[in-house]
Design a protein around this ligand. Structure first.
Ligand code: A2P
Length: 267
């Protein structure tokens, strides 16, 4: 009697190659991996990313920082010294293998928002990642007249992608022209001197945010403003409460609303 060879089980992960790595600070780095031909995702979604460590692979949720049509898949990560994943991931080099899940998902997508005039993309730290995707997608500029990328960090060096939002995006083949007319970059720093200081919650509550943007009111307006929020839990809670107190309603994929939230994932 001959036994049939056991069928090889398909891997639950995509096995992808690291293309580049960029270290911003001792707390923050970006990297890109090859795109599996089968992967489809909407700008703003997240996916599981990890390494084939022993005794078992470790994966964590990461927002995809590239727009939905990009050739390479980019991520922004923190470095946690004892983090089960990031303490290893921070050592990756071009050519290394990274594991990626097969099912992207998430709420920070245009589909979860009602139409509006102005889109606020509000983030702290690595919470900027999904907005790197949304702000590089032409559809965002078709849906909204103005797109405001808000990034609050502790130190100036943590303003990752500042060059992208201050100049490179304006030369982007796909969104450059729209970005020049419609994109506003609004970085704020909380723990060292900077041209614009303070938490976004404080700047919105004081009315400075609106004054800086040339908007003639001191609060969010549910008739015009839409928002996506991503970052620390505390920031999300505070910004969501502020938006709700101004009459904006949280949305979801199943029921689009005025704002959507997602915590930034920690490795
Ligand atoms: P702060 O320096 O005043 O704490 P972290 O690195 O801890 O994730 O924080 C990133 C940024 O988010 C920091 O600039 C921090 O400001 C800011 N932040 C933290 N909590 C809140 C909050 N509840 N609302 C708004 N911003 C916050």
């Amino acid at each position: 009697m001959t036994l049939a060879a056991p069928e090889a089980k398909p891997s639950p992960y995509n096995h992808q190659t690291v293309l580049w790595v960029k270290h911003w600070t001792d707390r923050l780095f970006s990297f890109a991996i090859s795109r599996p031909p089968t992967l489809r995702f909407r700008s703003g979604e997240f996916i599981m990313i990890g390494l084939a460590l022993e005794p078992k692979p470790i994966l964590r949720a990461y927002s995809i920082a590239s727009p939905g049509f990009a050739d390479e898949i980019e991520f922004l990560s923190i470095k946690v010294p004892d983090g089960p994943l990031t303490s290893h991931l921070l050592h990756i080099k071009p050519g290394d293998e990274v594991l990626m899940g097969k099912k992207p998902t998430g709420t920070l997508v245009l589909d979860a928002l009602k139409g509006g005039k102005r889109l606020f993309l509000i983030s702290t730290g690595t919470g900027l990642a999904p907005f790197l995707s949304v702000a590089r997608d032409p559809e965002t500029y078709e849906r909204f007249e103005q797109v405001i990328v808000v990034h609050t960090v502790r130190e100036v060096a943590e303003l990752a992608y500042r060059d992208l939002f201050e100049k490179d995006i304006f030369d982007d083949e796909l969104v450059g022209e729209q970005a020049r007319k419609q994109l506003v970059y609004y970085p704020t720093v909380t723990r060292e001197p900077f041209e614009r200081m303070g938490r976004i919650t404080d700047r919105a509550t004081s009315g400075d945010l609106f004054k800086d943007l040339g908007i003639d009111r001191d609060r969010f307006d549910p008739a015009e403003d839409r928002a996506m929020i991503c970052g620390s839990m505390a920031m999300i809670k505070d910004v969501a409460a502020l938006l709700e107190s101004h009459g904006l309603v949280e949305g979801a994929n199943s029921e689009p609303g005025d704002f959507v939230i997602e915590r930034a994932f920690v490795g």
